[in-house]
Design a protein around this ligand. Structure first.
Ligand SMILES: [Cu+2]
Length: 498
């Protein structure tokens, strides 16, 4: 957790985020042990430090990859915080361009939010103080700089954050970090022949979002987790820039979702397939008591403005229009990671609770107004692809740092209606969690999806939202598409809360 000479020297070199590379490295076979990120436990008043830095990571066999991370070579530690406490961190930056630390999903004031107006400049230290007051949840943090968020997250400036509630009643869920309670950060990446990441968004890969043909979990390609023969909790974050995952197990086994973006669900929800859009989280409980090894798969991501023609199923990293796809079967299904059962590990949890104490209870009250947000691919479709894919926005306006798009009254409940014509867009709102009322023209059962901070908009979604923290003009909150190439192209807006 300190400046390293190596990263500082590399950081002072020009163009650290601008690899001029061609071609792709060989696909890796995977199977390395699942990396478990270091836990940074900031409960009880312990202060922390996050230093954005460059590093070198051994992701491919025999080739180093230049990466970025917070206080480590790639990604950041899992940060654990307590409800009811003020968490203090020093944020540093040894990289040669401004970065930030946005606390995705935290209900905190705009001036604590770490958005585009709160950069950590090179060789600067910013003191952060986060007032944590929300139910237990799996959140994350990532850099959020205007037009640079996609590159920053791709190179590794992201990590998971766990909010704990010391007053919550125990539910008997698995909670032994790294054993039966595993962080699962899923990302897709493209590698160049020399082993470095390739990130060159342009026309089509901006329109579709930049997708990779190698699947990383916690920074390793298709790793293997060794788990006890009992109930195991997977805290899954889709940390990808653009890819949608449809997670399922190769043997078709069911599993139970117990938490969503905003925290626990009222009761476990049994399912066979879990769809997660970029930035969404889910906690699932998987029963490994049969002792069988199993692979976690994902169905193809067909989300594209061309109606799926170019989205997936091409296999082997093809993609005529720029969207790389992982090696897959004929249906487009591909491997994410593997699980093997180690009977030498104690199975501490063998049954799943029927209901979950401490699930957030929405208390939004009656909405007093409605706002509409139309997600625009203004040069959308094929024309946009041919013309370079520029000009995305919301309600016809491309994001501008000096324009406040909305002023939202503090503590008043509103319905936000989000529409998106050409493809699915994961719409994220800073500063709060919301309830999804309807999506795709269908009412949503709140007990099944819980409180959210990202909604994957299917043509039209309605959310019930209220802000209980303020955000001023100097550090407004953002709403934006979490396909990061869309965000960086301007599909974002700013709002105050007062
Ligand atoms: Cu989008």
């Amino acid at each position: 957790m300190s400046f390293t000479r190596r990263s500082f020297i590399k950081a002072t070199a020009a163009g650290v985020f601008l690899p001029a590379l061609t071609g792709r490295a060989f696909a890796a076979e995977g199977g390395a042990p699942l990396p478990i990120p270091e836990m940074m436990d900031l409960r009880g008043g312990t202060a922390g430090e996050l230093i954005a830095q460059l590093g070198s990571s051994n992701i491919l066999q025999g080739k180093a990859t230049q990466t970025a991370g917070y206080s480590q070579a790639y990604l950041g530690p899992v940060i654990r915080v307590n409800r009811g406490e003020t968490v203090r961190l020093d944020l540093g930056n040894t990289i040669a361009e401004p970065v930030s630390v946005h606390w995705h999903g935290l209900h905190i004031e705009g001036n604590q939010d770490g958005g585009p107006h709160s950069p950590v400049n090179p060789n600067e230290t910013v003191k952060a103080a986060l007032d944590i007051d929300q139910p237990a949840a799996t959140l994350w943090y990532h850099s959020h700089i205007m037009e640079r968020t996609g590159a920053h997250v791709w190179y590794g400036l992201a990590g998971m954050m766990l909010v704990e509630d010391p007053d919550a009643v125990a539910n008997g869920l698995p909670e032994t970090y790294g054993e039966d309670d595993l962080p699962i950060v899923v990302q897709d990446r493209v590698f160049a022949n020399d082993g470095n990441f390739l990130y060159t968004p342009r026309g089509p890969s901006i329109m579709m979002g930049y997708k990779g043909d190698q699947i990383l979990v916690n920074g390793a390609i298709k790793p293997e987790a060794s788990v006890p023969a009992g109930m195991v909790r997977l805290r899954i974050l889709n940390g990808s820039n653009a890819r949608l995952y449809h997670f399922n197990f190769e043997d078709g086994r069911s599993f139970s979702q117990v938490a969503t973006d905003g925290g626990l669900l009222p009761a476990p929800v049994l399912m066979n397939t879990l769809t997660l859009a970029p930035a969404e989280r889910a906690e699932i409980i998987v029963d490994f008591s049969d002792g069988a090894a199993v692979r976690l798969l994902s169905g193809a991501d067909n989300n594209s403005p061309m109606g799926g023609m170019m989205g997936g199923g091409m296999g082997g990293g093809g993609g005529m229009m720029g969207g790389a796809s992982p090696a897959s079967d004929a249906s487009g299904s591909f491997e994410v990671m593997r699980f093997s059962v180690n009977t030498g590990l104690e199975a501490k949890v063998k049954t799943l609770p029927a209901t979950l104490n401490g699930a957030p209870v929405p208390d939004f009250g009656e909405p007093v107004r409605r706002r509409s947000f139309r997600l625009d691919m203004m040069n959308g479709g094929m024309m946009g692809m041919l013309s370079g894919g520029g000009g995305m926005g919301i309600n016809g306006e491309t994001m501008k740092m000096d324009v406040i798009n909305e002023d939202v009254p503090l503590g008043e409940t509103e319905i936000w209606e989000i529409t998106a014509a050409e493809m699915l867009h994961p719409f994220h709102v800073h500063g709060t969690s919301f309830q999804v009322l309807s999506n795709g023209g269908v009412p949503v059962n709140p007990a099944g999806i819980g409180l959210k901070d990202v909604v994957l908009v299917d043509k039209k979604a309605e959310i019930l939202v209220r802000f209980d923290r303020t955000a001023d003009k100097a550090t407004p909150y953002m709403y934006h598409c979490h396909i990061l190439e869309h965000e960086d192209a301007g599909m974002m807006g700013q709002f105050t809360v007062a």
